[in-house]
Ligand binder design. Structure first.
Ligand SMILES: Cc1cc2nc3c(=O)[nH]c(=O)nc-3n(C[C@H](O)[C@H](O)[C@H](O)COP(=O)(O)OP(=O)(O)OC[C@H]3O[C@@H](n4cnc5c(N)ncnc54)[C@H](O)[C@@H]3O)c2cc1C
Length: 324
């Protein structure tokens, strides 16, 4: 492991100033469950690691402006155990409990989960300089691509691995980004950016910026939501395909609906065409099939991951039926 210095800022302002002023390569460390592996393998290189653990105000869950504010340093286990989350945002609890292992949920944070780097085996190989590392090729495109993207690949076919992101986006979450010039608030959906924007990153954080918290609006009257994750193994695993569905149902039909899929694209994938196909119609298996077919019109499976198209229908069906 290469040597690095550690900084332990105590306030968000100190953190923002440190990030903005640092001339050397910097890595943020939250729970450290992923970044330490990346530093050890040499996939991440940083001479300064900034530990977020002692930054005041980044941890905790609390009511704010009618909704729920979740600090970036909140542990995933705290989210899964929170009584308000269980009562008002059950799909978020399902997503939190679906991810990784109890040990990782104890140490891993919400911010770390939302900002984690992809699991693509070419990216994770320190010998490979792929597009995500500033190279010219995506080796998954013509290589081994069983776990890769079927939507939105365009030159880099990673899938975004977070389980919390689809659930939070389907609930209308907003992200608060800390900067040296003050906080910025944006929909969490717009926090993520695909390879079209910049293949070396997965989000819009610029130098000097960090994720401070997310805020989820109060549930609407009659709102229901579910998160369904399809995995290769019964024990811990990343999603092959997941579906977060949130909506308001009246007389067996969706009056409002948001669908966000995981495991299928370099960003959490908003399935607007499926939303349009489902909105206002009595939900039947045929309508769900039609909704899946609509969203799959944009799919471009690779050599080894065509099976994911079937899982899109299966995940969507289970999540929609759990809600209506
Ligand atoms: C074996 C294993 C299985 C896993 N399974 C799943 C799974 O099924 N589903 C899933 O969703 N995840 C899974 N994960 C990922 C796990 O949830 C992440 O390791 C964890 O969420 C990262 O949290 P952390 O706090 O430890 O982040 P760290 O490791 O500290 O950081 C992760 C990344 O986020 C950046 N970062 C952290 N906090 C911030 C912030 N506030 N602002 C900006 N950047 C930040 C860091 O710089 C780093 O790049 C798995 C991980 C492992 C090792």
């Amino acid at each position: 492991m290469r040597e690095f210095k550690i900084a332990e800022p105590r306030t968000a302002d100190e953190l923002a100033a440190l990030l903005a002023e640092s001339a050397e390569p910097v890595a943020l460390m939250a729970g450290g469950t992923d970044i330490l592996d990346e530093l050890k393998s040499g996939v991440a290189t940083a001479s300064l690691v900034i530990d977020l653990d002692k930054v005041a105000g980044l941890r905790g869950i609390g009511k704010e402006k009618g909704g729920l504010r979740i600090g970036a340093m909140t542990r995933v286990v705290e989210l899964a155990d929170d009584a308000t989350v269980a009562a008002e945002y059950p799909s978020l609890k399902q997503a939190a409990l679906s991810l990784a292992t109890p040990q990782l949920r104890n140490s891993g944070t919400v911010g770390g989960n939302l900002c984690q780097r992809p699991r693509c085996w070419y990216y994770r190989d320190p010998q490979v300089v792929c597009r995500k590392k500033g190279g010219f090729n995506c080796y998954a495109y013509q290589g081994r691509n069983k776990y890769h993207a079927i939507f939105g690949g365009s030159g880099c076919f990673i899938v975004y691995p977070s389980d919390l992101a689809p659930a939070l986006i389907s609930l209308g979450a907003q992200a608060t980004i800390g900067t040296a010039k003050g906080d910025k608030v944006a929909p969490l959906e717009a926090f993520y950016a695909g390879p079209d924007a910049d293949a070396t990153r997965e989000n819009v954080l610029a130098k000097g910026q960090f994720l401070k918290s997310v805020w989820v609006p109060a549930p609407k009257a009659g709102q229901k939501a579910a998160y369904v994750k399809l995995k290769e193994r019964g024990t811990w695993d990343f999603a092959l395909v997941s579906a977060a569905v949130a909506g308001v149902v009246e007389a067996g039909a969706f009056k409002e609906i948001a669908i966000v899929m995981g495991g299928v694209a370099p960003v959490p994938w908003r399935a607007k065409k499926a939303e349009d196909a489902l909105r206002g119609k009595p939900v039947t298996e045929a309508v769900i099939r039609q909704a899946a077919d609509e969203v799959l019109k944009d799919a471009a499976p690779l050599r080894e991951n065509g099976y994911k198209t079937g899982l899109v229908f299966a995940a969507l069906k289970r999540a929609v039926l759990a809600v209506v």
